[in-house]
Write a protein that binds this ligand. Structure first.
Ligand SMILES: NC(=O)c1ccc[n+]([C@@H]2O[C@H](COP(=O)([O-])OP(=O)(O)OC[C@H]3O[C@@H](n4cnc5c(N)ncnc54)[C@H](OP(=O)(O)O)[C@@H]3O)[C@@H](O)[C@H]2O)c1
Length: 270
């Protein structure tokens, strides 16, 4: 399904950004922030109704925007979606691969179906999205791919081993692609958000309230990553420092910290 809109006031020079996971949460807020900065936006999500709402909100605000319903697990439908968006907006200059799912798991409930879903969406789904835009970027000799990973992929976290593994896989996948893409003019930025208040985190049974960014705050950081094009970008600073330290802890010390924190953080059986 293609829904499209052109706005005469939209800046013709701003890049075309294709964004997956654009109907909700961080992706939606990022689309709104990018629209406010004059980018042309191609939105993709599997959630038709909220996608159509964000598209029409952006259109009312003067953004040149088109939207396509597609599931990032389906390569052919993704390619068709990207083709339709590009026919409307022009070639994709930036891809923001934001579609993702979360989920808790533990030794008491490994939830392997959930784990499989996370691998299919968070890892293969991003790979399929990259596959859909890459031929065009190679032909033009330029492009920027922004992958939304997570600090949960820095190390194996005991409340979400499946989610941690999916984000670690995504991070190393993007790292592995980097040199060959660079030779062909395509840059990769890997983004590592801390906690953001969205559907993914809202039902997490934390024992104590923990600080979370609002999606609009996360979006401002992601806009910075899109425009500055760093190799890696972690936000907010407190998370970058705290999780950066955790990432560098020697294994024995990391295990001791997690032995202690594992049973304490959530109300679920550990
Ligand atoms: N929230 C956090 O604290 C946090 C922290 C670090 C990283 N992240 C990452 O940030 C990204 C966005 O997450 P969010 O927190 O904004 O979650 P969200 O509010 O659930 O938004 C994710 C969007 O992606 C869509 N999506 C999921 N699977 C899809 C698929 N197979 N094909 C197409 N679209 C799909 C979702 O649709 P449905 O509603 O139908 O699932 C939803 O619209 C994810 O990659 C997540 O892992 C989030």
């Amino acid at each position: 399904m293609l829904t499209k809109s052109r706005n005469q006031n939209a800046s013709p020079d701003r890049s075309v950004i294709v964004l997956t996971g654009a109907a909700n949460g961080i992706g939606r807020a990022t689309a709104v922030a990018l629209g406010g900065r004059g980018y042309r936006l191609g939105l993709i999500d599997r959630d038709a109704e909220p996608l159509s709402i964000v598209r029409s909100d952006l259109e009312s605000a003067g953004t040149n925007v088109a939207a396509e319903v597609a599931d990032v697990r389906e390569g052919e439908s993704l390619k068709r979606a990207v083709g339709s968006l590009e026919a409307t907006l022009g070639p994709t200059e930036v891809l923001v691969a934001c579609a993702g799912v979360g989920g808790l798991s533990s030794a008491m409930d490994l939830d392997l179906d959930g784990f499989q879903r996370m691998l299919e969406i968070n890892v293969l789904g991003v790979a399929r999205t990259i596959e859909a835009v890459l031929p065009g970027m190679f032909a033009r000799g330029k492009g920027h791919i922004v992958g939304i990973s997570s600090v949960a992929g820095y190390r194996g976290l005991p409340w979400m081993p499946g989610y941690s593994a999916s984000k670690a896989a995504l991070t190393t996948y993007l790292e592995g692609l980097r040199p060959a893409l660079k030779r062909r003019g395509v840059r990769i930025t890997t983004v590592y958000p801390g906690f953001v208040r969205t559907a993914i985190t809202v039902d997490t049974p934390f024992r104590r309230p923990i600080p979370m960014l609002e999606p609009e705050q996360a979006a401002r950081y992601i806009v910075r990553a899109i425009e500055r094009r760093p190799r890696d970008f972690t936000f907010p600073l407190s998370t970058a420092l705290g999780m950066g330290l955790l990432r560098r802890l020697p294994n024995a010390l990391f295990d001791r910290v997690m032995d202690d924190a594992g049973p304490k953080a959530l109300t679920t059986e550990f």
